[in-house]
Unconditional design. Structure first.
Length: 261
C-alpha cells in the first residue's frame, strides 16, 4: 500500500488534506490548480529530492470548504500553514496554486528559497475568457452528469482514446463527482491575487516560471509578467499540453532546478 493522505489542522481553523512522500530534507510543498487535485501534481515532483508535501486546497478533495467569499490571502494562509508545519523551504505552484505562492511571497518574501510556478494564473484579478468558460463548463457538466465531454479538452485529441488518456479521464471524472466544485471558488477573482505586484521584487530566493505558447487558459504573457516580477528564470514551451507531450522534459526542468545546490 502506498502513502495515505491525512487531514491536518491549521492555525486558522481550516482542515486540509495532505499527502507526504519521500524522506529527508529539503521539503517541497506542492499547490495544485483550480479543480485540480493531489494526483495531478504528483508527476511534477517525481524526481524532486527530499520530502514532498502535496495538499488539497480548500474546497478540493477532503479539505474543508469554509463559508465564502474566499480570497488569495486565504489560499496563502492555507499554503503557509502546510509549509510551516512541514518545514518546507521550496514550493511548486500550478495555475491557481502558483498565484497563491505569489501571494504568500508578497507577504513573506523570505518564506521559500526556491519556487517553481507552472502555468501561473494572473495576479491582477483578471481571468482569461477561456479560464472562465472552463469553470462554467465543468459546473454545467456536474449538474447534467455529462462530465466526460467537459473533461476531454484536458487531453490532446489524439490521446483521448489511448490507455493513458482514458485512465486520466476516468480518474478526473471520479474525482469531480466525488468532490464537486465549491461555489466559493468563483469569489477568488473578485480581487487581485497580489494587490501590489511590486512586492514580489523583494523575493530573495530563486524562481523558475514555466509557461506554454498557445494555452488559452494560461496565456504565456502571464508567465512572462510573473517571471519579470520575481526576477525568475523563464521557459515557455512552444505548444500547450506539455504534461502530455513533454512530461519528461517538464519533470527534468523542475527537478534540476529544485535539486541544485
Amino acid at each position: 500500500m502506498g502513502p495515505q493522505t491525512e487531514l491536518v489542522d491549521t492555525p486558522h481553523g481550516v482542515r486540509l488534506e495532505q499527502l507526504v512522500t519521500g524522506a529527508g530534507d529539503p521539503v517541497t510543498v506542492f499547490a495544485h490548480g483550480l479543480a485540480g487535485d493531489i494526483a495531478g501534481t504528483r508527476p511534477l515532483g517525481s524526481a524532486v529530492t527530499g520530502r514532498r508535501v502535496f495538499f488539497h486546497q480548500r474546497g478540493h478533495g477532503r479539505s474543508a470548504a469554509p463559508p465564502g467569499p474566499w480570497t488569495f490571502a486565504d489560499l496563502a494562509d492555507d499554503l503557509a500553514a502546510v509549509a510551516d508545519r512541514s518545514g518546507a523551504t521550496r514550493a511548486v505552484g500550478v495555475s491557481m496554486g502558483a498565484a497563491s505562492v505569489c501571494r504568500l511571497l508578497a507577504r513573506r518574501p523570505d518564506r521559500f528559497a526556491r519556487v517553481v510556478l507552472f502555468l501561473p494564473a494572473p495576479l491582477d484579478g483578471t481571468r482569461p475568457a477561456a479560464a472562465q468558460d472552463r469553470l462554467a463548463r465543468l459546473r454545467a457538466a456536474l449538474e447534467s452528469g455529462e462530465l466526460r465531454a467537459a473533461l476531454e479538452p484536458e487531453v490532446p485529441r489524439d490521446l483521448r482514446d489511448t490507455a493513458a488518456g482514458l485512465a486520466y479521464l476516468r480518474q478526473r471524472e471520479q474525482q469531480l463527482r466525488r468532490d464537486g466544485l465549491a461555489p466559493q471558488l468563483d469569489t477568488l477573482w473578485q480581487a487581485p491575487a497580489v494587490p501590489d505586484e511590486a512586492a514580489l521584487r523583494a523575493f530573495g530566493g530563486r524562481a523558475l516560471v514555466l509557461g506554454c505558447a498557445g494555452d488559452e487558459v494560461h496565456p504565456a504573457a502571464v508567465a512572462e509578467r510573473v517571471a519579470a516580477r520575481l526576477g525568475a528564470e523563464l521557459h515557455v514551451y512552444d505548444q500547450p499540453d506539455v504534461l502530455w507531450t513533454r512530461r519528461r522534459d517538464l519533470r527534468e526542468r523542475i527537478s534540476t532546478f529544485l535539486n541544485a545546490h
